[in-house]
Design a protein around this ligand. Structure first.
Ligand SMILES: [Zn+2]
Length: 458
């Protein structure tokens, strides 16, 4: 329920959004499709030529400097420039496009100030990153609920009903915080950051400070508006900078607290967070929890971003491909201890880069939970993914009717295991292939006259 409703004073009104009802024939999947169709028509689609940089996240391979409560901040000795260049080399080896820095690059948690004393000037780091590794710079930027409060003015702290400051609690609605935060985020972009993750978006709680510039009480809706402003103030000056905004009430969680389209607007060039499937990805795959991402995609087109660790993935790249298939913006990190698996993972990433446009820009169809299709209507081509989450090989010998919006008519390149048949208006995928245990097959359905490479992409 909108926060304004719960805070409605006697005798006053509140304007709510539009409620839309649409009668749909068919099953629940038709309902999902109708929901997505409606939002697509309203302009809630990825930007034209959406091309998010594939991330390498340093987090998974670098020794943690802070995460155990009670230990000192050890970023000075553990989050070093030398370690970051080591991660940049890996980013290049794994065919990534940007080095993503999780917490530790800043002067204090959530300060949003580049630690120049330890890492040198940010602009120099960015220049070398581009010149030596052909990488961009992407940064984790936690907001008010998850920051070292001493980095912000004391006047930005929450105030209780008795007019007392709440220690250690920055108010997400205080102009003292928001203006300083915006200034620092803009400085990061000025010095070359091209992606910002807005984490730490939990609701910071009620606040009664009349000098903060927010309504009293300060509600979760107000916070959502403030964080939307923090996106827009950055993109107004740096429209090429991509932002991922966590759930503006629940922050990083596997629970879906808010509708995915809130607080978006048509043409919104901001990504959603692929929840927290970044920690126990393999477990989340086999328990089925991660299929949540598939279902979000069936109903909504704005991109999700997620990074995962390769350390728990296997030689088939099952987690890698599942994340790639459900999140238009992919991040990876972590070196698998088995070099044979690590080499295979690099091969998967090379293939992903060749097929990236299908994943970043294609129309997504969850044909079933184990069968995903990414379709590009301008070239009438698609990438088909066949997942196998079991411990047995699976023979896929079946016909699957394609959705009406998919047209793979034409002369598709012959493929081992898949062909498309047309009967009247209906096109059908005929599969005859084996998917290995805990494996995936990634198949490009390519028109013959568009083949430009001497090597087939399998
Ligand atoms: Zn406040």
């Amino acid at each position: 329920m909108p926060g304004r409703v719960t805070a409605l004073p006697p005798g006053q009104g509140v304007t709510l959004g539009i409620s839309r009802y649409e009668v749909v024939s068919g099953d629940w999947q038709e309902g999902y499709a109708a929901f997505r169709r409606y939002f697509d028509m309203q302009g809630y689609v990825p930007p034209e030529n959406f091309d998010p940089p594939v991330h390498w996240n340093q987090l998974y391979d670098m020794t943690s400097w802070h995460t155990i409560s009670g230990y000192d901040d050890r970023r000075q000795e553990l989050y070093t420039l030398a370690a970051l260049w080591g991660e940049a080399r890996k980013a290049r080896d794994y065919h990534c496009e940007s080095l993503y820095l999780d917490p530790g690059w800043d002067t204090a948690f959530g300060s949003a100030i580049w630690d120049e004393a330890r890492l040198g000037p940010q602009a120099e780091f960015v220049a070398r990153l581009r010149e030596d590794y052909d990488l961009g710079l992407s940064l984790h930027c936690p907001l008010a609920a998850w920051c070292e409060t001493s980095c912000y003015p004391a006047e930005a702290l929450r105030m209780d009903e008795d007019g007392e400051r709440v220690p250690g609690a920055v108010c997400s609605g205080s102009r003292q915080y928001l203006e300083m935060k915006a200034e620092r985020l803009l400085k990061l972009c000025e010095d070359g950051a091209t992606f910002l993750m807005y984490d730490g978006t939990n609701y910071t709680g009620p606040c009664c400070d009349p000098n903060h510039g927010h309504p009293i009480p300060h509600t979760p809706d107000d916070q959502a508006s403030n964080y939307r402003w923090l996106c827009e103030v950055v993109q107004e000056k740096y429209p090429e900078v991509l932002i991922e905004l966590h759930d503006v009430h629940g922050s990083g969680t596997k629970r879906a607290i808010l509708p995915k389209h809130f607080p978006h607007r048509p043409g919104w060039n901001v990504e959603n967070w692929g929840n927290e499937y970044m920690w126990t990805t393999f477990e989340d795959l086999f328990t089925g929890k991660m299929k949540y991402l598939d279902y979000v995609n069936r109903a909504y087109s704005l991109p999700m971003y997620l990074h995962i660790s390769l350390i728990n993935d296997n030689e088939h790249g099952l987690a890698l491909w599942y994340t790639a298939s459900t999140c238009r913006h992919l991040g990876i990190g972590g070196t698998h201890p088995n070099p044979v698996v690590a080499t295979a993972q690099k091969g998967h990433m090379a293939k992903y880069r060749q097929l990236k446009r299908f994943f970043a820009q294609g129309h997504y169809f969850g044909l079933d939970e184990n069968t995903h299709l990414h379709y590009l209507p301008d070239v009438q081509e698609a990438v088909l993914l066949l997942f196998n989450f079991t411990d047995q090989s699976v023979l896929r010998n079946e016909g699957i009717a394609l959705p009406a919006a998919v047209n793979l008519d034409g002369k598709l390149l012959g493929n081992l295991g898949v062909r498309v048949g047309t009967t009247g208006e209906t096109q059908t995928l005929f599969l005859n292939t084996v998917v290995p245990p805990r494996g995936v097959r990634v198949i490009l359905l390519q028109q013959r006259d568009r083949v430009q490479q001497t090597t087939v992409i399998w």
